[in-house]
Design a protein around this ligand. Structure first.
Ligand SMILES: [Zn+2]
Length: 260
């Protein structure tokens, strides 16, 4: 694994980064099926909080046991804290660059731990939000799923039009089961990958954080990691570590891929 030392002079650092980008671009071109695994670092420029900071809104709103006992209060808080921020967010340059790479079939699928649907808003396809999506809700009784725009918030908690059961935001709460079928589909995509590009995620969100580990240890895929700082992945599974913000790294990668 190659790791850049930040203490070096800028000129040398730039050259080292360019050589890593070159190496990564070569690997991407050679690989038959490249999958991106993205996290909060991707959406920071869209003004969205990092996953770990969600609980700053209110410590208990994302706990499944608390939800079961207080669904109306959780929905109230969820509406105030999440639905006022996420639906307005727009994809940033990093999402658009990834979409362009997908158009050129350099990247085939995207697995994201983000609950925003910014990859989809950017026009990407074959996206698997393995921690759920902000615009979804799921019936706790019959598992029927509804888009948030389809449901009435007149009385909280909102209920299922099929069976009357209580609806829950379709995102992963603490202590919750993984969203189905999104998680399964994400694992399937990881299974197809020959190369995985980790972008803007530190791997601390469980169980989704283990997906790149699974890809490396079970499928022997090569791993390119784009993160501003080393993470739990870096020393364990990463082959090429690019210490840059998502948009900057993807822009350089795209440039090298087009030139080559
Ligand atoms: Zn139902």
């Amino acid at each position: 694994m190659r790791l850049i030392l930040f203490k070096r002079k800028p000129g040398k650092l730039e050259n080292e980064i360019l050589s890593l980008i070159d190496e990564a671009a070569r690997l991407i071109k050679q690989s038959k099926y490249v999958v991106a695994f993205t996290g909060a670092g991707m959406s920071v420029d869209s003004g969205l909080p990092l996953y770990n900071h969600w609980n700053n809104f209110d410590p208990h709103i994302l706990d499944i046991n608390y939800f079961r006992q207080n669904p109306a209060e959780v929905w109230q808080e969820f509406k105030k804290s999440f639905l006022t921020i996420y639906p307005q967010a727009k994809p940033n340059r990093a999402h658009l660059l990834l979409k362009e790479m997908q158009d050129q079939r350099l990247i085939r699928g995207i697995i994201s731990v983000n609950i925003d649907d910014l990859h989809q808003k950017a026009g990407s396809t074959n996206v698997h939000n393995v921690c759920g999506q902000i615009n979804g809700s799921v019936c706790q009784n019959c598992a029927h799923k509804f888009n948030i725009q389809e449901i009435s918030f007149e009385h909280l908690p909102p209920t299922c039009s099929e069976c009357g059961g209580i609806l829950k935001p379709d995102i992963l709460f603490w202590g919750d089961l993984v969203p189905d079928p999104e998680y399964k589909l994400g694992m399937k995509e990881a299974n197809r990958a020959k190369l995985m590009i980790i972008i803007g995620t530190s791997g601390t969100i469980m169980p989704a954080g283990v997906i790149p580990m699974f890809a490396k240890y079970r499928r022997h895929v090569s791993i390119i990691e784009i993160n501003i700082q080393p993470t739990v992945y870096t020393s364990q599974i990463t082959d090429i570590f690019i210490p840059l913000p998502a948009a900057e790294a993807l822009s350089l990668l795209k440039q090298h891929l087009l030139e080559g």
